[in-house]
Design a protein. Structure first.
Length: 133
């Protein structure tokens, strides 16, 4: 997990990530500086810097996260020739990711959005079918 120490994920999420990792044979590690990110990586994945409409409790959160913005420099720093970019959407362009990365050839956000749409349609269809029983 890569995040500023001041904005560390809640302990229950960290514990769950560790349990999931142990179950699958993976390892969860923490990095609190972009300079310490492993290289090369297959995927650079980021999420919104804030929950929908809810700002983090740390008043200076934007300045803490600014060095984590996914831009061309960061993609070059950690990326190999096949490294792709993903985002769980919706994105706040210019905050967690630049337009150049979101719209670039390594971005897979459109495929992600399409997959999320199909998944939502299936869930909705199943819900409607269950309601008709």
């Amino acid at each position: 997990m890569a995040e500023p120490a001041e904005l560390r994920s809640p302990a229950r999420l960290v514990e769950q990530a560790g349990a999931n990792a142990r179950h699958s044979g993976a390892v969860v590690s923490f990095v609190d500086s972009p300079d310490l990110l492993p290289t090369p990586v297959d995927v650079v994945y980021t999420a919104r810097w804030q929950s929908m409409g809810k700002e983090p409790a740390v008043p200076h959160w934007r300045s803490l996260l600014a060095k984590w913005r996914v831009d061309g420099r960061l993609m070059e720093q950690v990326g190999g020739k096949d490294t792709i970019f993903m985002h769980d959407l919706p994105a706040s362009r210019g905050d967690e990711v630049t337009d150049a990365v979101m719209d670039g050839s390594r971005s897979r956000i459109r495929q992600q959005a399409n997959n999320k749409t199909i998944s939502a349609m299936v869930a909705l269809k199943k819900t409607v079918a269950m309601a008709e029983i």
